[in-house]
Each structure stands twice: as structure tokens, then as C-alpha cells.
Design a protein around this ligand. Structure first.
Ligand code: GTP
Ligand code: MG
Length: 203
């Protein structure tokens, strides 16, 4: 699949105010600064579409983008941003979890993991929560350009071994870089394959 158009639709704080759920949707989640917004821009080949920053906590709302006029990408605030007040964090947490549970057209969640960082409890907790709620997801390792291929392979293996402690099967996973665009086609092809299913039956 190639992307011919990618446009911002709206930002909000409430799943009830999201666009009509009549198109397949994919959401990007992960710890603050992991590269969610950068990955969306890389996939869409459009710098500045989703706002990025080297300061964690940049994305604070549920942001919808429409792609090729046919499906939605959603940029979400990161979890685990230590500097945020607890009440704020709880508010974000509720917003994200409600969105994930009640968004009917959410086909799959991409959970982003910084490939340089060993498995973190926050990520594992979130993944396990998705499993409990039967929300389909895959893993996207980010920032693959920042270290060697051998180290990347090791990180992926380490993460998979951690997941095997609680999961019988592993979700699909992708190794990506917003800088070199590696992994781009794999992620887009994966989305395309799920889009075909939506046309036939919906989630
Ligand atoms: P929040 O919205 O704050 O939760 O962050 P985010 O997950 O959206 O991260 P964002 O895309 O804003 O990127 C954070 C920082 O990491 C920025 O300085 C990006 O330039 C950098 N970054 C993101 N992806 C990559 C990557 O693949 N390679 C490199 N080298 N830097 C990256
Ligand atoms: Mg962001």
C-alpha cells in the first residue's frame, strides 16, 4: 500500500467525540518520547503532520488523521511521563483506556517500544491489559537507527522472551526507524491486510 493523502481531522479528549466509526482505525501508543508521532509522520511521508518534540509529553490529546480518505491513524499521548502530576496522569490514563475499550472501529493498536531499552514494567502491564480486554495489538520497535543491527536483534529477542513468560503466542512485531524509514512498508502492508478484512466484516 502507498499513502497518497494524509490529513489531520480533529483532536479531542473523549472517545464519544471521535469521528464517526465507519472506517478502520489504528492507534499508536507507548511511553512518552518513544516516537509515536515521528512514526506516524514517517508512515505518511509527511513531516509535521503529527507534532513531535524531544521533550516528553508533547502529544496530549486523541488526534485523528485520515489516510487516503479511507482509514484513520490515531496519535495518542504517551504513558509513564514522570513529570506529569498524578491527577493529570490518571485523567490521561482514563481517556486512553476508554478510547481503546469503546472505539468500535479500532482494528489494532501499535504498542511502541524503544529498541534500546530493556523490557519495562509499564510496557508489559499495558500489553497485558490489552490482552485482558481482547484488544488486538502488535509491537513496533522504534529508533532502530540508534544502535547496531546485532544490538537490535538482541533487544527484540529479550522482549519476546519476556512476553513468552505470560503469553503462549507472540503478537506481530516490526522493527522501525523514523530516520531511515526502515520497517515502513511492513507496517503499511500489515495495515492494508487488516483493512481488507474491515471491508468484509468489521471488527
Ligand atoms: P510524546 O508525544 O511526548 O508522548 O512523544 P512521542 O512518542 O510522540 O515521540 P516523538 O515522535 O515526539 O519523538 C520523540 C523524540 O525522539 C524526537 O526528538 C524524535 O526526533 C526522536 N525520534 C523518534 N523516532 C526516532 C527514530 O526512529 N530515530 C531517531 N534517531 N530519533 C527518533
Ligand atoms: Mg507524540
Amino acid at each position: 500500500m502507498e499513502i497518497s493523502s494524509a490529513e489531520f481531522v480533529q483532536s479531542n479528549t473523549d472517545v464519544k467525540k471521535c469521528p464517526e466509526p465507519n472506517k478502520p482505525e489504528y492507534a499508536f501508543i507507548g511511553r512518552s518520547n518513544v516516537g509515536k508521532s515521528s512514526l506516524i509522520n514517517m508512515l505518511c511521508n509527511k513531516k509535521g503532520l503529527a507534532k513531535t518534540s524531544s521533550t516528553p509529553g508533547k502529544t496530549q490529546l486523541i488526534n485523528h488523521f485520515i489516510i487516503n480518505g479511507q482509514w484513520f491513524l490515531v496519535d495518542l499521548p504517551g504513558y509513564g511521563f514522570a513529570k506529569t502530576a498524578r491527577t493529570e496522569r490518571e485523567k490521561w490514563d482514563g481517556m486512553i483506556r476508554n478510547y481503546m475499550i469503546y472505539r468500535k472501529n479500532l482494528m489494532s493498536v501499535f504498542v511502541l517500544i524503544d529498541i534500546r531499552i530493556s523490557p519495562q514494567q509499564k510496557d508489559l502491564d499495558f500489553i497485558n491489559w490489552l490482552g485482558e480486554k481482547s484488544i488486538p495489538f502488535s509491537l513496533v520497535f522504534t529508533k532502530a537507527d540508534k544502535q547496531t543491527r546485532a544490538k537490535n536483534d538482541f533487544s527484540v529477542k529479550q522482549f519476546c522472551e519476556q512476553l513468552y513468560k505470560t503469553w503462549a503466542t507472540l503478537p506481530p512485531y516490526f522493527v522501525t526507524s523514523a530516520d531511515t524509514k526502515s520497517g515502513r512498508q511492513e507496517v503499511l502492508d500489515y495495515i492494508d491486510s487488516i483493512n481488507q478484512g474491515f471491508k468484509q466484516s468489521g471488527r
